[in-house]
Design a protein around this ligand. Structure first.
Ligand SMILES: NC(=O)c1ccc[n+]([C@@H]2O[C@H](COP(=O)([O-])OP(=O)(O)OC[C@H]3O[C@@H](n4cnc5c(N)ncnc54)[C@H](O)[C@@H]3O)[C@@H](O)[C@H]2O)c1
Length: 311
């Protein structure tokens, strides 16, 4: 039996991870979330009756200690974080407070004998990138905004706890991930929501900035396989798509797929936080997958077939 803690499990990626891990009767899952962006409806139920939910703030040591004292966790997936470009830019102090969360998770994991901590870092640690594609080991980190700095600091905490206390970790650097459960304030959900309502779609700048997009199922397959196969222990893995798409092309594709009459409007370019290009080297991730990555149009169709959280 594996007792697994998932923080941020009422959110998009954490809830999908919990759902997948709960398919295995040998996993017993505890989700904690404070609902800052999470949603009770996203918390999965399991036919195996092996998911428990506790409302708690990871950054609050008292709340978290009580949960660690009542459960002997074998593994921790620390996915809770303040997210969203606008939210994190408007609330930088709140973002920096997430450093308390990693300290709490690591101190309690060390003290209670957790076998490994899995951490959701971000492509943002590469900042405005100096190398294409961005490789886990050769591309220098260039974090400037608080959200990226916190991810970078949390990575440093994981490496330091391994070095001083022998606590194992795996760092996943997630690149743009999308799926039906994603919050409305992210690019794909936002564009789909606007397109379905035939409302104008706004783009920062000329829309030539590129991103790669990863459908949630590929993210979950990679991370769950890393867990079951015990791969990339004390290592970093980029988890994302590797086909570059401009934001303008993305908007046009969504307008086409939805048959929308939305017009595309251009807003002034953002002053910070909107990288010109981003693309991961996913050679390591591909060793974790059994099939090719899901293509953008196929993933968008899957989102369009389940718009409960978007509309
Ligand atoms: N979705 C992406 O494209 C993407 C890309 C890079 C990194 N990530 C990382 O993946 C993780 C999950 O992101 P997501 O897209 O599912 O976002 P999300 O907002 O859907 O999920 C985050 C969850 O964490 C919870 N949370 C935040 N702070 C908390 C706290 N102090 N205590 C308890 N719960 C807290 C929120 O309520 C929410 O349910 C985050 O760490 C995020 O930084 C996501």
């Amino acid at each position: 039996m594996n007792k697994i803690l998932i923080t941020g499990g009422a959110g998009f990626i954490g809830s999908c991870l919990a759902e997948k891990l709960a398919e295995n009767k040998d996993n017993e899952i505890v989700i904690i979330d404070n609902f800052v962006t999470g949603d009770e409806q996203k918390i999965p139920t399991s036919a195996n009756n092996n998911i428990q939910f506790i409302i708690a703030d990871v950054n609050n040591v008292q709340e978290l200690s009580g949960i660690f004292n009542e459960n002997n966790f074998d593994y921790v997936f620390h996915y809770a974080a303040l997210v969203g470009v606008k939210r994190t830019t408007d609330n930088p102090v709140m973002v920096l407070n997430d450093i308390e969360g990693i300290k709490n998770i690591l101190n309690l994991s060390r003290d209670k004998g957790v076998k490994r901590v899995y951490y959701s870092s971000s492509s943002e640690v590469y900042g405005e990138p100096v190398e294409f594609p961005q490789n886990e080991h050769t591309t220098p980190l260039n974090s400037r905004v608080p959200y990226a700095i916190v991810k970078n600091v949390c990575e440093a905490f994981l490496r330091s706890y391994k070095k001083e206390y022998g606590l194992d970790y795996t760092i996943f650097r997630f690149f743009n991930t999308y799926g039906p459960k994603q919050s409305k304030d992210f690019v794909i959900s936002k564009f789909i929501s606007l397109a379905l309502q035939n409302k104008p779609i706004s783009i920062y700048g000329d829309g030539s900035q590129t991103r790669t997009f990863c459908f949630i199922d590929d993210n979950i397959s990679a991370t769950v396989n890393a867990f079951y196969k015990q791969q990339f222990v004390n290592d970093v893995v980029n988890v994302g798509g590797d086909i570059e798409v401009s934001v303008l092309d993305l908007a046009n594709t969504i307008v086409k797929l939805t048959g929308s009459s939305s017009v595309i409007e251009h807003l002034p370019a953002l002053k910070e936080g909107d990288m010109t290009r981003r693309k991961p080297d996913i050679a390591k991730m591909k060793t974790l997958l059994n099939s090719p990555l899901i293509a953008l149009e196929e993933g968008l169709e899957k989102v369009l077939s389940d718009t409960k959280y978007i509309l």
